[in-house]
Design a protein around this ligand. Structure first.
Ligand code: ZN
Length: 493
């Protein structure tokens, strides 16, 4: 064995332990949202800080830099591992410790100020904190970007290699067709919603059946309740949460299917990559493509909702909807609303595009924080056709900016676009897929995703991951075609 392969082996042994500690940190977060007694909050903050310090010390350990300089990749897997570790190491080293600490302190404070401001409908109370967060993140972006684009430097954290210039082109193609589609739909007669109340035990039972139907391995996962559904973990321990609402069982079912999409991605990664940099979903956008294709293209399809309709009637009896067609329309109901997380498939991306343009302008310096609320309200009126009524329905609705997560929002729409591409490729490969879906059989659909995308984990860059799975450059075309065809049929456009 040469010195160079020793360096790789030593680096990977060290990294293995770092990945394991990262999983432990994640499980602390899961516990906090599901099981932790309320009185434990101050101690948990200390525990989080302690493990974060351990992880930071390992990420900046000078030996990592030395190993990276000496290590030689023997194959594509080793090359990908080195690429991930190098990117993370360089990123951490470029940001001065003082700035990283100030960002952590300020975003923690800003999060609390935001929550109070939202409860009080008081934008003025939040803006000075937001201004501090923007200033610090711009400073961080300058450290990372060199001569490059400030926004790209931040976006790269969530979608490595992706450029905002490409997003601008893609989103410019999406926006007019989405606005036209929503306008046409909302001029039509609205389908009837579900009627009645739906007991929690029935919702959770069906939610569990849905999770297993979509391929979630309950032997290496579990489902609990949380206020905001999420998935957590990778490899052999991937957990999801859901929530119930007595009058809106779709909230429970589609939250579950969404998180199952994230979880199946993590569970589907090649076991050889366990606790290595390749053992996680490759980016936020590719991750979201999995949750979205499970939730929307598959879970809200005419064929699958036909099966779900039967399951719901078996579980709850009369649900106030009398045909599979009417049930499909109810599942896919398009309605006016202010809130991104409650938006339907047609309007969801318009919420994201608004945030992308505004946050990019904040980061590049083209928009001042003081002008943000007016800019938000103007854009909302232009795209949605009605005015924001209060800040919690507008600028204060999302947690992201208070936490400094600039560059994150576009990954939601990128995920939808990728889901559109994957769905088109899957349908071409499995032309009779609807026969399966109408029986509640997802085995071939999830098998296709596992084989072509999920099992590869972080082996390729995000964009190359999609190209490998679909055989084509990603584009917004398949998503738009899918939305126009589906909602055109439901609404008779
Ligand atoms: Zn998601």
């Amino acid at each position: 064995m040469t010195a160079n392969t020793d360096a790789y082996a030593e680096l990977m042994a060290f990294q293995h332990e770092t990945e394991a500690l990262g999983q432990i940190a994640g499980r602390l977060g899961w516990d906090q949202e599901t099981m932790m007694p309320a009185g434990a909050t101050p101690q948990r903050a200390e525990e989080h800080a302690a493990i974060a310090n351990v992880l930071h010390a390992r990420q900046t350990d000078p030996r990592v830099g030395e190993w990276l300089d000496r290590a030689v990749a023997a194959d594509a897997v080793a090359a990908a591992n080195l690429r991930h570790i190098r990117r993370s190491y360089d990123r951490t080293m470029k940001v001065p410790a003082r700035l990283a600490a100030e960002l952590a302190r300020t975003t923690s404070l800003a999060h609390r100020v935001w929550a109070q401001a939202r409860a009080d409908e008081d934008v003025a109370a939040f803006l000075p904190m937001l201004d501090k967060v923007v200033t610090l993140r711009r400073e961080e972006a300058a450290c990372l970007a060199g001569d490059g684009d400030l926004y790209d430097a931040l976006h790269d954290d969530y979608e490595p290699g992706n450029k905002s210039a490409d997003l601008v082109t893609m989103f410019a193609a999406l926006r007019p067709r989405l606005v036209a589609l929503r306008t046409a739909i909302l001029a039509r007669h609205q389908p009837a919603p579900l009627r009645g109340t739906f007991d929690e035990a029935g919702q959770l039972k069906l939610s569990r059946l849905l999770a297993q139907t979509f391929g979630y391995d309950m032997d290496k996962g579990r489902i609990d309740k949380a206020v905001h559904p999420f998935s957590s973990g990778s490899g052999l321990d991937v957990r999801i949460t859901t929530r119930t609402s007595p009058t809106d069982p779709f909230n429970c079912f589609y939250s579950t299917i969404h998180e199952v999409g994230h979880a199946c991605y993590e569970q589907g990664i090649d076991a050889d990559y366990l606790l290595t940099p390749l053992g996680n979903g490759v980016s936020m956008g590719v991750h979201e493509s999995q949750s979205r294709i499970y939730e929307n293209q598959l879970g809200r399809s005419r064929a699958f909702t036909g099966w779900l309709y039967g399951q719901m009637r078996d579980t709850f009896g009369d649900i106030g909807v009398t045909s599979e067609e009417a049930f499909h329309a109810a599942v896919n109901r398009v309605h006016n609303g202010y809130i991104r997380t409650e938006a339907d498939e047609v309007q969801y991306n318009l919420h994201v595009l608004l945030r992308f343009d505004l946050e990019r302008a904040l980061v590049t310096g083209d928009l001042a924080v003081a002008d943000l609320e007016a800019a938000w309200n103007d854009r909302f009126l232009a795209d949605f056709g009605f005015a924001v009524d209060k800040p919690s329905n507008g600028i204060l609705q999302d947690v992201h900016w208070s936490e400094g997560l600039f560059g994150y929002f576009p990954t939601y729409t990128l995920g939808n676009v990728y889901a559109g591409c994957l769905h088109a490729a899957m349908r071409a490969a499995l032309p009779d897929l609807d026969d399966d879906l109408s029986r509640g059989d997802l085995a071939r659909a999830t098998g296709w995703l596992r084989k072509n995308l999920q099992r590869h984990g972080g082996l390729r860059e995000p964009r190359a991951t999609i190209i490998h799975a679909t055989g084509a450059e990603p584009s917004e075309g398949p998503l738009l075609d899918y939305l126009e065809a589906k909602f055109g049929a439901i609404y008779g456009l």
